[in-house]
Ligand binder design. Sequence first.
Ligand code: ADP
Ligand code: MG
Length: 314
Amino acid sequence: ATPTAVMVATGIGANHGVLVKGGDALERAQNVNYVVFDKTGTLTQGKAVVTTAKVFSGMDLGDFLTLVASAEASSEHPLAKAVLDYAFHFHFFGKLPSSKDGIEQRKEEVLSQWLLEAEDFSAIPGKGVRCLINGKHILVGNRSLIIENGVVIPPEAESFLVDLELNAKTGILVAYDKDFVGLMGITDPLKREAAVVVEGLKKLGVHPVMLTGDNWRTAQAVAKEVGIEDVRAEVMPAGKADVVRSLQKDGSIVAMVGDGINDSPALAAADVGMAIGGGTDIAIEAADYVLVRNNLEDVITAIDLSRKTFSRIR
Ligand code: ADP
Ligand code: MG
C-alpha cells in the first residue's frame, strides 16, 4: 500500500471511532489469527448486577449485606460496586423518601453513614478483598480466596454456587471470623453485538478466544452464550500476557481486546492490542488501536480496513 492509501485508511478508521497508531499496526491487523477477548467489560457490558444473596449461617440477611458492603466499600472492582448497589437498595428502597427526594443521588452519603468501619483493607487481585470489621477478619471473593484461607465451604453452599456458575453468574463468597457466612450471585450481561462479532470473526477465518480471571464454570457458560469455544479462565491478572505469548509461540499473529488496567500487559504483548471503550489511560497507552465507540463490531472494522488497504484477498 502507498503512504496515501495508509493515510486514507487511517482517516476512514477515525471516522468510525477506530483510532490506529501508525501504519505498522494498520498492516499487522490483516494477518491476525487469534482475537483474544477479555471477558469482563469487553465481551460483557461491565455493568455487574447482584441477582442473588443467600446466607448459610444464622446471620440475618440485612446484617450480611451490611457486612459485605462494608468490606467492599474501598474496592474499585466492578463487582464491589454491584454489591454496594444491592445492599443500598435492600436497606433503603421503600424505607426512605422516594427517589424523587434524591435518595439515588445521595447514595454515597447515605451509605457512608451506615457502613461499618473496615480496617486493614487489602485487595487481592484476581481473587477479592480482605479486611477487619469489628476486630474480626472478613474475606469476600472467589472460591480460591476462601479455601486458601482455610475456611470450609459447606456442601449446600457449594452446590448453590455451582448452580449459579452454570447459569453464567459469578459467585462471591463471604467468610467472617474464619466461618463461611454466605454468598452472592452476580450477572454481567453480554454486549448485544458480541455473538454476531464472534460469528463474523470465524467467517473471516479468525479464531476467537475468551480470557478471564473468573472461574471455569462461569467462563464456559458465558463463552457458550457468545459462541466461543476456546476459553482461558481463572487466569490471574499477571498471567494474561502469558496467555497471549503462548498463542504467539507457533508464529500466530494475536490481537488482544481489553478495557482495563488488568489487560494492559496483555495489550502490550499482543501483535495488535485494541483498547475498547473509554479504556483506562494505561490501556490506551499500551494499545495499537483505540476503539472509542465501545462496540465490538469495530474489531471487525479494524481487520477489514487492514485487509482492504493491503488488498489481501482470502
Ligand atoms: P476479570 O478477568 O473478569 O476482569 P478479575 O481478575 O478482576 O476478573 O477477578 C477475578 C475474580 O476474582 C472475579 O471473578 C471474582 O470472583 C474475584 N474478585 C476480584 N475482585 C473482587 C472483589 N472486589 N470482590 C469480590 N470478588 C472479587
Ligand atoms: Mg477485567
